[in-house]
Design a protein around this ligand. Structure first.
Ligand SMILES: Nc1ncnc2c1ncn2[C@@H]1O[C@H](COP(=O)(O)OP(=O)(O)OP(=O)(O)O)[C@@H](O)[C@H]1O
Ligand SMILES: [Mg+2]
Length: 285
């Protein structure tokens, strides 16, 4: 369900609103991956979620709304990937696989070192354009990778995609958990339902002796989820292969599908599928 387009009195804006509504109506579930803090693994979770869903035969779009640090193309091995130019003049997202495509500001930049220096209104119109100008087609899931915090980009997603859900990523230490509370306050103020919290970088097994080491502590995300009455979606351990596969553009769930870490992502994906299905039944009922 999407909101009725607002009539602004400006024919260009009204046409955009109408197109956004039409595009979003073709997408069953929209999931924004966000966090209060930078570098906690949002893009890693978003990419492994999108690829994991696509490996389960869902049709998936990945929308990178991190305009200042667009990491999705690199992490999918498609830096400088090209948007599809269709014979009818429309533009499609960059193709990763037959059932996964993505959109990011990166393919629009003159070169990989170009920096986006936009303020709020430009960022808002770019994100809106990523939705109304791109032929997303029919999708089961649109996964949205947000920059840290509660600024222009997540605000624009909340305003433009009124039926988006949030997945909040944190690391277990208190400075990150403190910022999760702000993400939850954001979601509650913009009425974005929260699918749950993911605790990333949650302990690791020493590669030499096999002993568990809790580098950033452990369990804080789950405890906070309980306290704030938000579902806990699961934890992902620290695993150096996440860095290697991210840098190589070969996502962990596809490269090491039988590893404990990929299994952790798969558990989280299963919980996200269950939550989205539960919530859409509630909405229909
Ligand atoms: N569980 C993990 N184990 C090891 N490395 C990880 C793990 N999760 C993420 N990383 C690495 O940490 C770095 C930051 O991750 P990522 O880019 O996904 O974070 P982010 O929250 O999207 O950052 P930003 O706030 O800049 O968008 C990357 O190099 C990534 O490979
Ligand atoms: Mg990121």
């Amino acid at each position: 369900m999407t909101a009725e387009p607002k009539n602004t009195g400006n024919p260009v804006l009204d046409q955009q609103e109408q197109k956004i509504k039409e595009k979003l109506a073709n997408i069953d579930h929209k999931v924004m991956v966000m966090s209060g803090k930078g570098g906690v693994g949002k893009s890693t979770v978003a990419i492994n979620l999108a690829v994991g869903l696509s490996l389960e035969n869902y049709y998936v779009g990945l929308l990178d709304v991190d305009l200042h640090g667009p990491n999705v193309p690199k992490m999918l091995g498609l830096e400088r990937g090209e948007l599809q130019k269709r014979p009818d003049g429309t533009v499609g997202a960059v193709i990763y696989s037959p059932n996964l495509k993505f959109m990011s500001v990166e393919p629009l930049l003159p070169n990989k070192d170009s920096a986006v220096m936009w303020r709020g209104p430009l960022k808002m119109s770019a994100i809106r354009q990523f939705i109304y100008d791109i032929e997303w087609g029919k999708l089961d899931y649109l996964v949205i990778d947000a920059p840290p915090g509660t600024g222009d980009e997540p605000m624009t997603v909340a305003q433009t995609i009124p039926d988006a859900y949030a997945v909040i990523v944190t690391t277990p230490q208190e400075v990150s958990l403190l910022d999760v509370r702000k993400s939850i306050t954001f979601c509650r103020s913009v009425k974005m339902p929260i699918l749950g919290i993911v605790e990333n970088m949650s302990g690791m097994l020493c590669p030499h002796c096999g002993k568990a080491i809790d580098i950033f502590k452990k369990g804080g995300g789950e405890k906070l989820a309980e306290e704030l009455e938000v579902p806990f979606l699961g934890r992902v351990p620290v695993d150096p292969r996440i860095v290697i596969t991210g840098d190589a553009g070969k996502p962990m769930v596809a490269t090491y599908p039988n590893s404990n870490t990929a299994e952790a992502f798969e558990g989280i994906i299963r919980n996200i599928i269950n939550q989205t299905q539960k919530m859409s039944v509630k909405k229909q009922g």
